[in-house]
Design a protein around this ligand. Structure first.
Ligand code: GDP
Ligand code: IMO
Ligand code: MG
Length: 440
């Protein structure tokens, strides 16, 4: 049995899309288990670039089946436009893309509420992607949500949505936003949403049958552990479980059937939106990381906040996710620096903290304690062999492994598929063994 979760260990945008693309040929099915089109997963193949939001990155491999699990929230317009973009690029999804009947739908009132609430929070806003993610998950938890499977019963769905629009309008008006017209909303929405019908499936049953037949799953996480609703920097988080635990509930796979976890970890740190970020750099080095690393949101285009590698964050994430190995990405972005820092602990009111403290306001007060390393000042772009790395880069990687209690099995040295070092003796090379159905 080989069912591996790919999970971000920081605040998202670690390079999950690239790593899923590399691993997908060695698995039978690629599954998204949480989040929605707040995600932006970039895959570079030669000089072509794809940005996947809702559809698993495995779709780029024409022989792979892809599933959007029950834990995902789905905006039909985003789904359709992503399908169309793929189609324009010559990638067909029909017959190999399946959408859980139990996934919840994002409706226009979720988007309106997301925007109105963020506006109301002003300077304290979360900095959401404004895509209705939080309000859709709220409706799910409040047991008032509309699910993908409801599209098969349009009359019931219409009545349900009318009631929800009425409730949402009370809140929208109280927040100073315009109310929505239920009938107009339904007409426009259903014309998009009914196009989802051919994809609707009982995906948990499909997944479990496939696993029982010996097929393997690659479970593609969105966001990152520090944005997890339970374990992240609450309330500056997303509204789902981005950690590996979310993979089990988010696709209906028993935890004992998940056999491995690959943590995707950027060689420095970035964050988009509000919330604490102890190692943030607001200086020239921060700007350098943003420009050299092209740190602009793949979904919203917002500039990402940048900072030094935070080993407190990553060791906490590795613990929560049960990480077997890490993929360290964007090492090349550090190439020009004189010196490079790693945060090994925090100072909080005269105390040294080695572990992640509770809550955003505490973390906001933490000062990072750094270890400083000499930079390598050598071009590592595109390297594919570990031995080609400069000694200073190897030292940096070794220290990350020590501090974060997991081996670095993959090192990414550029955005392109091939710009990757795969270390021979690692659990990842076991995952990349060719199977009967695996890559040719
Ligand atoms: P994801 O959300 O985790 O899939 O990551 P994003 O796609 O949002 O952001 C990662 C960005 O870094 C994308 O623009 C990738 O093309 C790019 N990228 C990935 N790995 C590397 C790398 O090793 N070096 C460089 N320079 N860019 C990379
Ligand atoms: P990928 O999968 C980085 C952030 C938003 C905001 C917070 C809540 O590409 O790594 P939401 O719209 O989810 O309610 O916003 O979460 N956020 C991400 N940051 N990468 C992502 O996805 C993100 N998805 C959400 O910026 O701070
Ligand atoms: Mg992203």
């Amino acid at each position: 049995m080989k069912n591996v979760v790919v999970v971000g260990t920081q605040w998202g945008d670690e390079g999950k899309g690239k790593m899923v693309d590399i691993l997908a040929p060695y698995f039978d099915i690629v599954v998204r288990y949480q989040g929605g089109h707040n995600a932006g997963h970039t895959v570079r193949i030669g000089d072509r670039q794809f940005i996947l939001h809702l559809i698993p990155s495995g779709i780029l491999h024409s022989e792979r089946a892809c599933i959007i699990g029950n834990g995902v929230v789905v905006d039909p317009r985003a789904f359709n436009s992503e399908l169309e973009e793929l189609h324009q690029s010559g990638i067909e999804s029909e017959g190999r893309l399946f959408l859980s009947n139990r996934a919840h739908l994002i409706l226009p009132y979720h988007v309106a509420l997301d925007c109105a609430r963020e506006k109301r929070l002003g300077a304290n806003s979360v900095g959401t992607t404004m895509r209705g993610i939080g309000p859709a998950y709220e409706d799910k938890a409040a047991r008032t949500g509309v699910r993908v499977g409801d599209l098969l019963y349009p009359d019931l769905l219409r009545a349900h949505v009318r009631k929800n629009v009425e409730d949402a309008n009370h809140e929208l008006v109280s927040l100073g936003a315009d109310p929505l017209d239920a009938e107009q909303l339904l007409d426009e929405y259903l014309s998009e949403a009914l196009r989802l019908k051919p994809f609707i499936s009982d995906t948990a049953a499909m997944i479990n049958t496939a696993v029982s037949e010996g097929k393997s799953l690659l479970l593609e996480g969105a966001q990152g552990a520090m944005l997890d609703i339970d374990h992240g920097t609450y309330p500056f988080v997303t509204s789902s479980n981005a950690t590996t635990g979310g993979a089990a509930t988010g696709c209906g796979l028993a935890p004992k059937r998940i056999t491995g976890a690959l943590g995707i970890t950027k060689a420095y740190t970035t964050r988009v939106g509000g919330g604490p970020f102890p190692t943030e750099l607001l200086d020239e080095t921060g700007r350098h990381l943003r420009e050299r690393g092209n740190e602009y949101g793949a979904s919203t285009g917002r500039p990402r906040r940048t900072g030094w590698f935070d080993a407190v964050v990553v060791s906490y994430s590795n613990m929560l996710n049960g990480i077997d190995a890490m993929a360290l990405t964007k090492l090349d972005v550090l190439d020009d620096l004189e010196e490079i820092k790693i945060c090994t602990a925090y100072e909080y009111r005269g105390e040294t903290l080695k572990e992640m403290p509770y809550g955003a306001s505490l973390l906001d007060e933490c000062e990072p304690v750094y270890e400083t390393f000499p930079g390598w000042k050598t071009d590592t772009v595109g390297l594919t062999e570990y031995d080609q790395l400069p000694e200073a880069a190897k030292n940096y990687i070794r220290r990350i492994e020590e501090l974060c209690h997991a081996p670095v099995a993959l090192i990414s040295t550029g955005p392109e598929r091939s710009e990757t070092i795969i270390r021979k003796v690692s659990i990842v090379s076991d995952w990349m063994k060719y199977t009967e159905r695996g890559a040719k």
